[in-house]
Design a protein around this ligand. Structure first.
Ligand SMILES: Cc1ncc(COP(=O)(O)O)c(C=O)c1O
Length: 395
């Protein structure tokens, strides 16, 4: 007879001995720049609440009003009876924000990527994927059963070579369906994908292009709608996905694009069809967040000031930090054990930064993934830099 408990325990022992055991810390209270964990106040430097909207009074007010107006649950999937006014309003707000014909709300970014990709690409398709794409994109690709080619991180020459070879091999009468998919801001490195070049090669080789704006929505671009807006290529990217649970401080995700694309996803995307719709109060909070991002550019300005301050401060300590305009600051350590020891020592000094290890990042690139928000004060960031100076000796 199989002893399943023993199998679980053995696997956990393996994980533990490789220093890869994962654990959770519980925050007692709101997602603020200083949070209480185990009765201690620590500066939170690993949240994706980049604009500090998760506890913003205007979002809370919108959610509470919607709770009273619509109740707690949507009660069913969108196509059965779960579509409520708040969903339609949010989709309208997203389409207007992203300047697309239409938008569709998904329950999370994970749902969106695992729902959009298999809908638009199948066994008869080829997918080109950046090697550092998020796990939810990788899982979406696996579900699609398409043939996948991984190109080196940001290497558009390699992507183009792959497309050229594919075109040479497929006949004019039977061209292959091609999808290029990339994070627009990479979740563990904070760098920006070469969207202009990707747009050009997608157009040249007649491939669909899909971008994941999870870490760009609300942050980049003149109106804060993302990296596509910042790089002036928004209207040339047919599938734009993004999340609502990071800079927008709420929860859920979206696909934005043409009306036919959105109607196609409503009919074909299994993670949209076969799940209970988002609670309406969550949608109301997201709508309010979009309104705040659009009407208060000062929020993004404050975030950019903090990004520059922290990146420069870390560089002056001696850390090798690029100057990307994004709040994800990777401090690559390499070894998982050292990374976790640095994370623990930072915590002792009142700074909460999670260590990120494989499989979230490639082997040998364990890191402290520091994230900064608009809500951090310069005084807090000064304390973070002092702590980072202290842990530098562990390297
Ligand atoms: C690039 C990227 N895409 C998608 C997701 C998934 O989004 P969600 O947390 O809403 O499921 C994440 C992170 O969680 C991400 O970093």
């Amino acid at each position: 007879m199989m002893d399943y408990q023993r199998i679980f325990e053995e696997e956990l022992r393996n994980i533990r001995s490789n220093k890869l055991l994962r654990f959770m810390r519980t925050i007692e209270g709101m997602q603020e720049p200083v949070v209480r964990i185990n009765g201690r106040d620590v500066i939170l430097m690993c949240s994706n609440n980049y604009l500090g909207l998760a506890n913003h009074p205007a979002l809370i007010k919108s959610a509470v009003s919607a709770l009273k107006l619509y109740g707690v649950s949507a009660g069913a999937s969108r196509l059965v009876s779960g579509t409520m006014t708040a969903h339609g309003q949010l989709e309208h707000d997203i389409a207007s924000f992203k300047r697309t014909e239409a938008a569709l709300v998904f329950n999370s970014g994970y749902h969106a990527n695992t729902g959009i990709i298999p809908a638009v690409a199948g066994k008869d398709s080829v997918i080109l994927s950046d090697e550092l794409n998020h796990a939810s994109i990788i899982d979406g690709i696996r579900l699609s059963k398409a043939r996948v080619f991984i190109y080196r991180h940001g290497d558009t020459t390699m992507a183009e070579d792959l497309l050229r070879t594919l075109d040479r091999k497929s006949s004019a009468r039977n061209p292959s369906k091609k999808l290029i998919v990339t994070d627009s801001v990479f979740s563990m490195d904070g760098d920006i994908a070469p969207l202009k070049e990707l747009v050009a090669i997608a157009e040249r080789y007649n491939a669909l292009l899909m971008i994941d704006e999870a870490h760009a929505t609300g942050i980049l671009g003149r109106n804060g709608s993302g990296a596509a807006e910042m790089l002036g290529v928004s209207s040339r990217i047919p599938i734009q996905m993004g999340t609502l649970g990071k800079a927008l401080g709420s929860f859920g995700a979206y696909a934005a694009g043409s009306r036919p694309l959105i109607e196609f996803l409503v009919n074909k995307s299994r993670s949209f069809i076969f799940t209970t719709a988002l609670p309406p109060a969550v949608c109301a909070a997201s709508s309010k967040a979009i309104k705040l991002v659009r009407s208060r550019p000062g929020l993004r300005k404050r975030l950019q000031d903090n990004i520059l301050f922290l990146r420069n401060g870390l560089r002056s300590i001696g850390y090798d930090i690029p100057l990307d305009p994004t709040p994800i600051i990777p401090v690559i350590i390499g070894d998982a054990d050292t990374t976790m020891r640095m994370s623990a020592l930072l915590f002792e000094h009142g700074v909460f930064v999670s260590g990120i290890r494989p499989p979230s990042v490639p082997q040998g690139t364990s890191r402290l993934r520091i994230t900064v928000t608009a809500a951090h004060t310069k005084k807090m960031l000064g304390q973070v830099l002092d702590a980072m100076k202290t842990v530098y000796r562990l390297l």
